[in-house]
Design a protein around this ligand. Structure first.
Ligand SMILES: NC(=O)c1ccc[n+]([C@@H]2O[C@H](COP(=O)([O-])OP(=O)(O)OC[C@H]3O[C@@H](n4cnc5c(N)ncnc54)[C@H](OP(=O)(O)O)[C@@H]3O)[C@@H](O)[C@H]2O)c1
Length: 306
């Protein structure tokens, strides 16, 4: 069995070495144009040329949870696309989101500004009942985030395509319930996949449904958000601010107003990083399961787009 590794802007060498060690019966190599045909591929944002030159591929293993970039390519019908499911990402996402929610709720930025000026300040405690968090997307990452927020006793709402039963989480499902979900939430955490259906979903019409003083945490994809609508809603006072980890263009261009907006916190797409060891262990497990003819988790449905 030939396995090829094709990454954009990421050194494939340590992956090739670790995959080869875990699968000694296979031939693992980094792809270069004109390389031999492979049956399986481990990929991150491969070029169309890679897909066109490898018609013998049976499965593509994406080293991330989101497959939006991959599904934009012309892929042969029947080619299995497999995403990472969790592989150490959900705990990182739970840390990031809880940190952002608590930092906002407890006004830690305000305290930090005061202490910089040597000021011993006091703020009136806020009621967490007034800070319901809406988690948009209750998949592998969203469910873990919702559960982590419950530990801090925030009221938690969840939104997905199909209804969910997660203890302590009020479930809203389908486009018909989107408005009710937003109106019931003050902090919105975006964790849905980017698909044609969800592109630009965070816009003036939807974000203005959040309770007054609303706050956005976008950790899914930059193309979910209409940037100007967010800035306008913050400047008009309807939203209190945002923490953004993902952007339409990455790296975020130096002249983008998000960098300097006093109520927006920017992080460089770092909320849940791919962990090499965990990811390789998961991918190897799935390759061996496929060889035994067993079903695997994380196979993308091209119709749904995730
Ligand atoms: N910033 C980062 O570092 C980072 C890292 C990893 C992932 N991500 C992003 O996080 C996203 C989520 O990852 P995941 O592993 O949790 O995905 P997942 O397991 O596929 O879960 C997706 C969730 O979104 C829901 N959903 C999909 N389309 C919807 C729609 N049109 N309306 C309402 N709900 C919809 C699904 O509903 P059903 O359950 O009903 O199908 C599901 O609950 C990824 O796609 C990726 O873009 C970001």
């Amino acid at each position: 069995m030939n396995i090829t590794v094709c990454f954009d802007k990421l050194d494939p060498a340590p992956w090739v070495q670790a995959l080869q060690a875990a699968l000694p019966q296979a031939q693992v190599s980094a792809w270069t144009p004109g390389a031999a045909q492979a049956e399986l591929a481990i990929v991150w944002a491969p070029p169309q040329q890679f897909i066109d030159e490898q018609p013998g591929l049976q499965a593509l293993f994406n080293i991330g949870a989101g497959v939006d970039a991959l599904l934009k390519l012309r892929l042969p019908a029947g080619l299995k696309v497999v995403r990472l499911d969790d592989a150490g990402m959900s705990v990182q996402m739970a840390e990031y989101v809880c940190h952002a929610v608590i930092r906002h709720f407890r006004e830690f930025d305000g305290y930090a500004a005061d202490t910089l000026m040597g000021k011993w300040s006091y703020r009136k405690p806020r009621s967490r009942a007034d800070f319901a968090v809406g988690v948009m997307g209750l998949g592998v990452l969203g469910e873990r985030v919702a559960q982590a927020l419950r530990v801090f006793e925030f009221p938690v709402n969840g939104y997905s395509r199909s209804p969910k039963h997660i203890e302590g989480v009020r479930s809203f499902a389908g486009a018909d319930q989107l408005c009710d979900f937003l109106q019931a939430s003050r902090i919105l955490v975006n964790l849905i996949p980017l698909t044609p259906e969800t592109e630009d979903l965070l816009n003036r019409a939807t974000l203005s449904q959040l309770q007054r003083g609303g706050y956005l945490i976008n950790v899914a994809r930059g193309r979910h958000l209409v940037d100007e609508d967010l800035i306008a809603l913050i400047d008009e006072g309807h939203l209190a601010g945002a923490t953004l980890d993902v952007f339409r263009t990455e790296p975020l261009p130096p002249d983008h107003s998000f960098w300097r907006h006093p109520k927006i916190t920017v992080t460089p797409h770092t909320s849940a990083r791919t962990l090499r060891e965990e990811s390789i262990a998961q991918i190897v497990g799935k390759i061996l399961a496929l060889q035994r003819g067993e079903p695997i988790r994380g196979v993308v449905d091209p119709q749904r787009g995730y």
